[in-house]
Design a protein around this ligand. Sequence first.
Ligand SMILES: *[C@@H]1O[C@H](CO)[C@@H](O)[C@H](O)[C@H]1NC(C)=O
Ligand SMILES: *[C@@H]1O[C@H](CO)[C@@H](O)[C@H](O)[C@H]1NC(C)=O
Ligand SMILES: *[C@@H]1O[C@H](CO)[C@@H](O)[C@H](O)[C@H]1NC(C)=O
Length: 210
Amino acid sequence: MASPINLFFTFLTIATTFSLLIISPSTASDPDILSDFILPPNVTNPNASFFTSTSFRALLQPSNLTTFNAIKATMAEFPALNGQSVSLAALRFPSATANPPHTHPRAAELLFIVSGALEVGFVDTTNKLFTRTLRAGDMFVFPKGLVHFQYNAWEEAALAISSFGSANAGLVSLPATLFGTEIDDEVLAKGFKTDVDTVRALKAGLATKH
Ligand SMILES: *[C@@H]1O[C@H](CO)[C@@H](O)[C@H](O)[C@H]1NC(C)=O
Ligand SMILES: *[C@@H]1O[C@H](CO)[C@@H](O)[C@H](O)[C@H]1NC(C)=O
Ligand SMILES: *[C@@H]1O[C@H](CO)[C@@H](O)[C@H](O)[C@H]1NC(C)=O
């Protein structure tokens, strides 16, 4: 019998099913854990030290960096993050340095500029480039899995803090992935519509330069 109440519940069931179907693929994330936290095998009785990292204190020291540098705080460096779906990275850019095009397969990245300025950008799956110049106090989000970069084109050094929605966002750096591995020179030459000598020059440059 199709009473208004029954129709309403039928509608509710259909709507719920649809929203689950629609939402499920986009909720792919670190697995939910069934305990408060996850301990590595060599930690049995944790205290607050286990949940503390002091690695970013290095940022407070004067630095003489000449190349782009990242201090990561992922579950590899900070085991208490395992299962908590968060991580950070401190990105330091001396003048005229870049974090080359790369992706994080498992998380979006929210970048906050602490000091200096950065040109940032990402490319979506239609190959549209979204780029912007950011200065201290600004934030930018790099959607999950998309190729992105940051570049300090200025004389002043820049510092940015990036947060990730994964304890292990992963890094695929395009130069290293493409020209720092054993992918056949012929495959790369065809892929980039160039010749093997050019591919070898790119590989050699990547192997020797920072
Ligand atoms: C546990 O092992 C890791 C990796 O070997 C090490 O870095 C860490 O200091 C160890 N923790 C303790 C409390 O021994
Ligand atoms: C906390 O645990 C660590 C590693 O097990 C130990 O070195 C440290 O002394 C402990 N701290 C306190 C306040 O108990
Ligand atoms: C930077 O400073 C540290 C110590 O403050 C020193 O060990 C290191 O050699 C310096 N690096 C460069 C490139 O000058």
